[in-house]
Design a protein around this ligand. Structure first.
Ligand SMILES: [Zn+2]
Length: 324
């Protein structure tokens, strides 16, 4: 039954995507006006659509901790090759590694160190390997967050398609994990012109895809406070771009570890937040899991560190700032 429940929307999405592409290809491309021809008003309108508002960095974290450490894992697995409708067998097998091997290694390191984490999962990824939910829930420490339905490129979708997929992703993740997620991470780490509106309709407590700070802040929607906490990410705090052996920016895992250590040390010195994004199908390889092991070992050697989930960090800063 479950398989049929999600296979059906998958077929619909592929058809929908094909139809959308067809419509798009018939559209006359809009003329792009370069920024130097914009008026001050149009510049301000573009910049203010979604922007960082007040800082929500608390003076100190719970129990007087100097720094909050938020580890997140985007469990993309097969959805990366699936999303554009042309998956190859080889790419799918590389994605399956995430559920089959990578996640177990990640959970082993986290659970051995009694460290919590947040797992952002496209619901198709979890439907393909539902045993991941059981494994993640076992320690009782980790959180589930939404990461799209099929890792769709949300920033390019028409409003109704984006809304439908996001609502479905929240519903299916609730069914598959047994608890309602409260946080969102955009698959493309980007917003469409409609994403903010849809997130406000759904009522998310926090968002974690934007990059205007290294500490929590409140998102503004056309200048107005939204009551949504942003827990910012950064590409330099992500395992994906740097350890892809076929990428143009490849760095050996031990060099990447040094970047993460330096980022943590400065966050610790400044007393803010350290948020890291990883992927089980990437960090879960033998030569890379040591990055996570060595990093946690280093962080645990310091006093005054609060390891927490995104949800707990967001709720804490909401409480301190007097937000509902
Ligand atoms: Zn992802």
């Amino acid at each position: 039954m479950n398989a049929l429940r999600w296979l059906h929307p998958l077929v619909v999405l592929v058809a929908l995507t094909a139809a959308t592409r067809q419509i798009e290809s018939q559209e006359v491309p809009k003329e792009v006006v370069p920024g130097w021809k914009w008026t001050p008003d149009s510049i301000r309108k573009a910049v203010n659509a979604v922007r960082a508002g007040r800082s929500l960095q608390p003076k100190r974290w719970p129990a007087g901790a100097k720094v909050a450490v938020l580890l997140s894992f985007d469990v993309d697995n097969e959805t990366i090759p699936l999303r554009f409708g042309q998956p190859t067998i080889g790419e799918l097998s590389q994605g399956q590694f995430g559920a089959r091997v990578g996640l177990k290694r990640v959970l082993d390191v986290l659970d051995r160190n009694r460290v919590p984490a947040t797992f952002f999962i496209p619901s198709v990824s979890l439907a393909l390997s539902p045993e991941m939910a059981t494994a993640i829930k076992r320690s009782g420490r980790h959180e589930f967050g939404v990461h799209g339905w099929i890792h769709e490129l949300n920033s390019n979708l028409p409003e109704d398609v984006e809304r439908d997929l996001l609502r479905r992703a929240f519903d299916e993740l609730t069914t598959l994990t047994g608890s309602k997620p409260v946080g969102y991470r955009a698959p493309s780490w980007n917003f469409s012109p409609h994403t903010m509106k849809i997130l406000r309709e759904i009522g998310v407590r926090y968002e974690s895809s934007l990059m205007a700070d290294e500490s929590p802040y409140e998102l503004l929607d056309n200048g107005q406070p939204t009551g949504i906490v942003e827990l910012p990410v950064e590409w330099i705090l992500d395992d994906a771009p740097l350890v892809d052996p076929r990428g143009t920016r490849y760095s050996p895992p031990r060099d990447v570890l040094q970047v993460f250590l330096d980022e943590f040390d400065r966050a610790y010195q400044e007393g803010t937040m350290f948020l890291l994004t990883m992927h089980p199908h990437i960090i879960g390889h033998r030569s890379r899991i040591l990055v996570l092991e060595k990093l946690i070992e280093h962080i645990r050697s310091k006093p005054g560190v609060w390891f927490t989930t995104h949800r707990e960090a967001a709720e804490y800063v909401r409480h301190v700032a007097g937000m509902q």
